[in-house]
Design a protein around this ligand. Structure first.
Ligand code: NAD
Length: 523
């Protein structure tokens, strides 16, 4: 069976009365060599509800610890991640088939994010004191407090098993929420190891757990929590949002992308080509923000394509080990390999040429060759739909205007990049329709947690990182506190003629912006 698939199995029971009722299990495989690593039981909807109820019962105490108290425990998680990174990386590398170099950024990203939100939370979600805008409210004290959604459910994909699960749990926990995570059925093991460590090695409060399973398990999580953070395909994102609508549960959706790179003629072409090779092939192109399509101003086209092809040709691919390190790893999900193969086949059949790569490599293991396609256009899937594999399509363009028109000709709008002379590149970058854009770099915006990152168009709803990345896990509560007041306000009962007239005249005097109206006269 393929990784992440579900099988019917029977489990022996202890009393010798025969097999237990059939239980669904997921199989986890190593995509680098196809070996079965383990199988895990799928949590039933009842088990999901029980897990959510358990952490919900502990959430109030967690919230009451305050920002510093919660940072204390998250700091312990940071230390554990740094001390145990090799162990976690071994697990993740096995279940994803990544090369080690692509996996290493996960624990360090999480450690940095814990420090970021731990030190900024008071600024981002601390109580706010607001000055009343009108003298009519002078007797009131106005405050805004940010209270967490009690239980946040996180549904995550397989491409970065920890960054896209624990990475969202960090701001949610720092905000005071309890968290239950449903990881991808393809890559459940690294996350489970971290959650087990939180419970048993760190001894953290019982406000973080995970439930293993498939799509339906994710659906059960949606039914039980107060906020859903979903990362995955736009196809599943729509289903999650529709299901959340049944209980009016708010959602934040981080979905797919088809990120453009624009290369202007005055770019440093070595830097641009090296960036395109890394930004397109890193993690075998299985990144929502991968460089997927490249538009190059005509005068630089030939040289850029030459440099890019040379760089991609040098990449070493295959099972990665200390003694035999590689640059490009396996495809983690067999479903995704099929999509990549379909996009490349469609492009080649419609007149595209592969300057390097172009096909799936026969097993064991699931690998697709790093591929550079030219003679492509927007009628082809590879330039329109999310490929999510080690494939880039390159097109020449007349000028920056044509590059922008093509870059923006997409239903997606996650992120992108522009290479060129600094000021010109920045001017062009400001006009790309997406949630985050890099000038003379690629992918790096994900590590600038200071600024929000979220998709425009069909790439998502909501933001991670920055202030919105923690505020979204909170509900706003406004407090309007009376500092002093008479036994009766002029607006209260009884509605006598005199009092009603007086209130109207006072309100007019405060709201009018010219003397005549202030005095109650018509303008
Ligand atoms: P997917 O949509 O197939 O699955 C994502 C998660 O949703 C999995 O845990 C899956 O079990 C669960 N799921 C499936 N059906 C469900 C349902 N009906 N209800 C609730 N949960 C359900 O995505 P994937 O193949 O795991 O990941 C690849 C996709 O993720 C790509 O489109 C990629 O662009 C996107 N992605 C986006 C970001 C981002 O930040 N925008 C980051 C990484 C990946």
């Amino acid at each position: 069976m393929e990784s992440g698939t579900v099988e019917q199995s029977t489990q022996a029971v202890g009393n010798g009365d025969g097999p237990a009722p059939a239980a669904e299990r997921i199989e986890v495989h190593n995509p680098a060599n196809g070996e079965l690593i383990t199988t895990l039981p799928v949590a039933s909807p009842d088990e999901v509800a029980t897990t959510v109820a358990r952490v919900r019962a502990n959430q109030a105490d967690w919230e009451a610890m305050g920002i510093e108290g919660r940072y204390y425990w998250l700091g312990k998680l940071r230390d554990w991640l740094l001390d145990n990174s090799e162990r976690v990386l071994d697990t993740m590398q096995r279940e994803t088939g990544k090369v080690r170099a692509d996996a290493t950024n996960e624990p360090v990203y999480l450690a940095d994010l814990i420090n970021f939100y731990g030190s900024k939370a008071a600024k981002f979600i601390g109580e706010e004191s607001v000055r009343p805008h009108s003298a009519l409210l002078a007797a009131k004290k106005l405050r805004v407090q940010y209270r967490p959604h009690p239980v946040v459910g996180i549904i995550s994909p397989w491409n970065f098993p920890l960054i896209l699960s624990i990475g969202d749990a960090i701001p949610a926990l720092q905000a005071g929420a309890a968290v239950v995570i449903k990881p991808s059925e393809f890559t459940p093991l690294g996350l489970e190891e971290v959650v087990e460590a939180w419970k048993h090695e760190i001894g953290g409060p019982d406000v973080l757990d995970c439930v293993q399973g498939i799509g339906e398990t994710g659906g059960a999580l949606v039914d039980n929590v107060d906020f859903i953070q979903f990362t995955g395909s736009d196809r599943t994102g729509r289903k999650v949002m529709a299901r959340a609508a049944e209980t009016l549960t708010p959602v934040s959706l981080e979905l797919g992308g088809k990120d453009p790179m624009i290369v202007l003629a005055d770019a440093d072409l070595d830097r641009a080509a090296n960036a395109a090779a890394w930004g397109g092939m890193m993690n075998s192109g299985q990144i929502c923000m991968s460089v997927e399509r490249i538009y190059v101003e005509q005068p630089a086209y030939d040289e850029f394509v030459d440099k890019l092809t040379t760089e991609v040709n040098k990449l070493r691919q295959g099972p990665d080990s200390k003694g035999d390190p590689k640059d490009v790893g396996a495809m983690t999900s067999p479903n995704q390999s099929a999509i990549v193969e379909d996009h490349v086949t469609d492009a080649l059949a419609s007149g595209a040429r592969a300057l390097t790569g172009g096909k799936r490599i026969p097993g064991p293991g699931d690998y697709f060759e790093p591929t550079v396609l030219v003679d492509v256009d927007h009628s082809m899937k590879v330039m329109r739909d999310e490929t999510f594999g080690p494939v880039v399509g390159v097109m020449p363009v007349r000028d920056a205007e044509e590059a922008l028109r093509l870059a923006n000709d997409s239903r997606y709008g996650l992120s992108g990049s522009v290479f060129g002379e600094k000021e010109r590149a920045e001017r062009v970058a400001r006009r790309v329709e997406c949630g985050a854009i890099n000038v003379n770099d690629v992918l790096v915006n994900y590590f600038a947690s200071d600024v929000p990152m979220g998709g425009w168009k069909e790439s998502g709803i909501g933001y991670r990182h920055g202030e919105p990345g923690i505020k979204k896990f909170c509900r706003t509560e406004s407090l309007v506190i009376t500092r002093f007041g008479a036994k009766r306000e002029p607006t209260w009962y009884p509605y006598t003629k005199n009092r009603r007239g007086l209130v109207g005249r006072i309100a007019q005097a405060f709201n009018a912006r010219d003397l005549k109206r202030r005095l109650g006269l018509r303008g």
